[in-house]
Design a protein around this ligand. Structure first.
Ligand SMILES: [Zn+2]
Length: 467
């Protein structure tokens, strides 16, 4: 899929603005955002793009907290999770930051994870990507496409994909621009450390994680993890970090329960289902068995098809149910899988009342309403939440399902089109809008919106064709 994405890239990159000769010293923030949007469109279609709302919510909450303490608190950022066991995180143009599940799993505390993400955020706030593009004079357009290719390849530990992409990149003479320079690394460390400390995490987290990564890198031999490839880690860098740390106040940070649950969820989903289940069974039998380990055991048991064991393991979590909304969604999931959707709905209704702004619960509740034939209630609930989160494509998808369940075809297709528009998929959106026109059951208001949307998309198509 990545290969397909790579082949598609030069074509879509031709939609990028002409940067002119050397009129501009650096690409503008708007151009960087457009390039990032193009790359994200490829990545969203990748099978390893993880749309688990709980992981997405967690990583964005952490990211937002760090950005608020960064030198560019108002800049656009979006954080996403990639299902990949290798240790990596990467920043794309436009403030899109990808985090591998393998990184989350390998961190020993929350401040270590925050440290790596703060470092990535700093590459964006310090305009390192724009500077990389800028240092590539001449055929700016080609270098943008090549850079996109190289960034996609850099995130992969699959040697074949990396090789193909690197060959492409080399042909466009960009490879030397792929890796951050030592100067960029030092700056990202320095700014990242300030950001980390400013947002309340333990600033030592960044150094301890990098030290361990470097100590372990000898074990990888020729197969150095992608992170070390793109962010060259030197003894000098680690010494720099330690010197700065020595001048900072010690700041203890207790891991949030959500961090522990997210990490357990990832670890329970890694490798073979039966191995993960056995691993968590051993951990749960030990003295240190805490909420996160019990939670991981339930997830691993469900994955291994051991439903009775999952229910039994969850019984020990029941008293902690109020500690995190992630436990509420798990309780509902168990009821759902046991064929008790009514019970699941009750649990979720109480959960939504308590954690009204936690999106994963909102989605789960809407889904439970749909699976208990309460489409009317689902439509009302989702429409209400769309007033808070008008950019949420998941809510539009749920709205489309509600409409279709109610037999309101035109509205269903319009809602589906709105979801595609938010995912930057104009062709699919137009298809849905045409279906909405053909449906013949839309009222005047719905059809006016359909026509307006179609006009907007067609104008956009013409603008891009001209370019
Ligand atoms: Zn770096």
């Amino acid at each position: 899929m990545i290969l397909a994405a790579l082949l598609g890239l030069p074509a879509s990159a031709s939609e990028l603005p002409d940067l002119g000769e050397s009129a501009r010293a650096t690409i503008t923030e708007a151009q960087e955002a457009q390039l990032g949007g193009e790359i994200m469109r490829q990545i969203r279609g990748d099978k390893d793009f993880l749309d688990d709302p709980e992981l997405v919510d967690y990583i964005n909450s952490m990211g937002d907290k760090l950005v608020a303490a960064s030198p560019a608190p108002y800049r656009h950022f979006e954080f996403f999770v990639v299902r990949d066991a290798s240790i990596n995180a990467f920043a794309l143009p436009g403030g899109y930051v990808g985090v591998h599940t393998g990184l989350i799993s390998a961190t020993r505390n929350e401040s270590e994870l925050a440290g790596v993400i703060a470092h990535e955020i700093s590459h964006v706030t310090q305009n390192h990507i724009a500077r990389m593009i800028d240092s590539q004079k001449g055929s700016a357009l080609t270098s943008l496409a090549a850079l996109a290719v190289a960034i996609l390849a850099a995130r992969s530990d699959n040697p074949q994909i990396a090789q193909a992409a690197i060959t492409t990149a080399q042909a466009m003479s960009i490879q030397s621009q792929l890796d951050y320079t030592r100067e960029h690394e030092r700056e990202a460390d320095r700014v990242g450390l300030q950001t980390l400390a400013g947002s309340g995490y333990d600033p030592a987290g960044m150094a301890t994680f990098f030290e361990r990564l470097q100590a372990n890198s000898r074990l990888y031999e020729s197969q150095a993890p992608a992170y070390l490839r793109t962010h060259p880690l030197t003894y000098e860098r680690i010494a720099d970090l330690q010197n700065r740390l020595a001048e900072m106040k010690y700041h203890q940070h207790a891991d949030s329960l959500d961090y522990q649950l997210v990490r357990a969820k990832i670890q329970a989903s890694e490798g073979e289902a039966i191995d993960a289940y056995k691993r968590f069974k051993v951990l749960a039998g030990s003295d240190q068995a805490d909420v996160a380990i019990r939670y991981g055991l339930v997830i691993a048991a469900l994955r291994a098809g051991e439903r009775d064991a999952a229910v039994k393991a969850f019984a020990k979590l029941e008293p902690e149910l109020q500690a995190s909304p992630m436990l509420v969604t798990l309780a509902a999931r168990l009821r759902m899988e046991a064929g008790q959707p009514g019970k699941a709905l009750e649990i979720l209704r109480a959960g939504v009342a308590k954690y009204s702004s936690y999106k994963p619960l909102v989605y789960a509740y809407a889904r439970a309403l749909l699976s208990t034939a309460k489409a009317q209630e689902a439509k009302r609930f989702v429409s209400e939440r769309l007033r808070w989160w008008a950019d949420d494509q998941n809510l539009y998808r749920l709205l489309a399902e509600s409409d279709h369940a109610l037999g309101r075809r035109a509205e269903g297709h319009l809602a589906q089109a709105e979801a595609h528009i938010r995912l930057d998929q104009p062709a699919l959106a137009m298809e849905q809008l045409q279906l909405a026109r053909q449906a013949g059951d839309g009222d005047f208001y719905t059809m006016s919106v359909v026509d307006a949307r179609l006009r907007e998309l067609k104008e956009r198509e013409q603008r891009e064709a001209k370019k």
